[in-house]
Design a protein around this ligand. Sequence first.
Ligand code: F6R
Length: 606
Amino acid sequence: MCGIVGYVGKRDCTEVLMNGLRKLEYRGYDSAGIAVFQNGEITVAKSKGRLDDLEERMKQDGAPIGQVGIGHTRWATHGEPSDVNSHPHSGGRVTIVHNGIIENYKEIKDFLITKGVSFDSDTDTEVVARLLDYRYNGSPIQTISETVRDLKGSYALGIIFADHPEQVYTVRCESPLIVGVGELESFIASDVLAIIEYTRNYYLLEHEEIAVLGRDGVHIYDAFGQPVQKELKTADWDVETIGKGGYAHFMLKEIHEQPTAIRNTIRPRIRDGLPNLEECGITLEVLRAFRHIHIIACGTAMHAGTVGKYVIEKLACVQVTVDIASEFRYRDPLVGEGDLVIIISQSGETADSLVAMRLAKKLGAKTLAIVNAMGSSIAREADMLIYTYAGPEIAVASTKAYMVQIAVMYLFAFELALAVGKIDETKCRSFVHLLEQTPDVISEILNHKEQTQYIASSLITADSLLYIGRGLDYALSMEGSLKLKEISYIHSESYAAGELKHGTISLITENMPVIAVATQKALWEKTISNIKEVKARGAKVILVCRKSDVVDKDAVDMRFGLPDFDDMLMPMIAVVPLQLIAYYTSVLKGNDVDKPRNLAKSVTVE
Ligand code: F6R
């Protein structure tokens, strides 16, 4: 998704903006640009492509020199990626960068055309720049406040006015934006990561709040231009935490951070060997009140929710439905009072999940958010909240966030099962104890991961793959398959192993490798039969199962042996080789592992 950075201070603004934009690269983008006041005039540099292309352009044309400006990485929505569609966009006296979507841009554009305004680009952003300019009466705050009342959609804007060369203005509606405060300098950014090397202190802007940044500090106003006082927050991540820490890619680093992420997430929620989610607003009484649970999320987070469904239904015997957030909203969901809706989201800003959560609330359900990004929109709007403590996840492909989402799902299921009397305290303690052991078991895999590279090297020539499994292994296959396709660009699908024979098995040839996951003892024989079915049709079979499992040599071509562990918690263990296989396949194919094409880390448009 697009990234915004803005700066007012004493430093070289171009350098601050470019540094900040580099930190936001993980969000995904296809063009970039900056606008800086140089000798009192707004100077724009922008280019299609990566930040390196913009740097190159600035080497040729000269980089703007100044101390006040705004910058942007664009992920195309309205208009193709091109120099002209790149931000910043100017509308005369006003120049802006924009994150999000203006839904009624066409209407506004038509109106402005009737007023004689003409346009250079295809973007909704230029429409906002021109509307601001059309309305501009010398008072930036009043102009912004009046203009945003006409905008529909989700957006965050960084704005500079030609006649206010010492200030940067900003306003947000739905799309995330923070305002950083340093010593005689201030910043705006889509993510704290962009400015953390300069300051840890920041304000979280609320819906339609407007901020004015100057060297004398930051002033914040509500939607009607009235001053508001806000709490200054402090980010507790250090620069080392957000660097690669010696790993070749963020994804590999984040895979290795999983044991720590689990410990950080579960420890504060365990008391006397039992799950304790009271601090998140969840007590045994609260849990007993729910008759149905809906889990809503997207992509990897939805896969974590699918694991949660299996575990909650098995342990607590409470019915759970899992919905893709973008589908939930449009299918007249049967949700209401007495239901619990769990929203799972790493970023806490995914538009589909946010809108689905609002709908669930409107329908009378209680909402529980499981979120990694502190202070994000989903975190703020949910009735109850469990933060996952994975730390910043930079690689677009989610790994450690998925891991802690599942860890929370287990804790929740244990507590619910206890609340509804399906397990007693002794049983619950034994489950919690197992969960506490998962970090060590995962570390064991990470110390012996060579086999995953070998498996990856056998996949790089494949055009298409299948992942199969049953029960929890099927839930896990979905995640394995998504991970592989998003970063290796090899097509893959996950299938319930028993469902293959109802159609999909016709795809099997010697050119279609099959990755089978078999960690559930009760389903072992059945999954092995399915493996034999595909093997008999020529497939190369890669099996992920326990080291101790005895498998007929002719049934598989390669295998990854997992340490022995409890069936129910196996998804947390078995996902690690699947993540590594996807990672090494992408590396071997020479792909941009951390920033796969067409993808964005935080998807703030519906
Ligand atoms: C895949 C991936 C995505 C996200 C999805 C939801 O690796 O990361 O599928 O899981 O876009 O994002 P969040 O969790 O931020 O709501």
